[in-house]
Design a protein around this ligand. Structure first.
Ligand SMILES: [Zn+2]
Length: 104
């Protein structure tokens, strides 16, 4: 059985670029939206999702700086590259869905 492909230095650089672009996007969205509109539940939910994404993206970038990026935050298993490419801010391996939940 072939091992899951692991990110190379080039892959990590590409993933970092994706994360940084996504972070800039989220920051822009949040800056443009301004304070949450109290009378717009859909807008509030969308902004909350953007803020959550931003937090996950920043956490992923912090893990890159710490050298722990690409490891499941739950069981420390290596996260397969295709999973990271689909979702660069992924925190957990496929076996640990709970690792993907913010705050627990
Ligand atoms: Zn795991």
């Amino acid at each position: 059985m072939p091992a899951c492909p692991q990110p190379t230095t080039d892959d990590l650089a590409a993933l970092r670029a994706l994360l940084e672009a996504a972070r800039a996007d989220r920051r822009h969205s949040l800056a443009v939206a301004g304070p949450s509109p109290q009378d717009d539940p859909v807008g509030v939910a969308a902004l909350a999702a953007e803020a959550r994404d931003l937090a996950e993206i920043e956490a992923a970038l912090a893990r890159m700086d710490a050298g722990t990026y690409g490891r499941c935050t739950c069981c420390s298993a290596a996260i397969p590259l295709p999973r990271l490419e689909a979702r660069p801010q992924a925190r957990g391996c496929a076996g640990c869905p709970r690792a993907e939940r913010v705050g627990g």
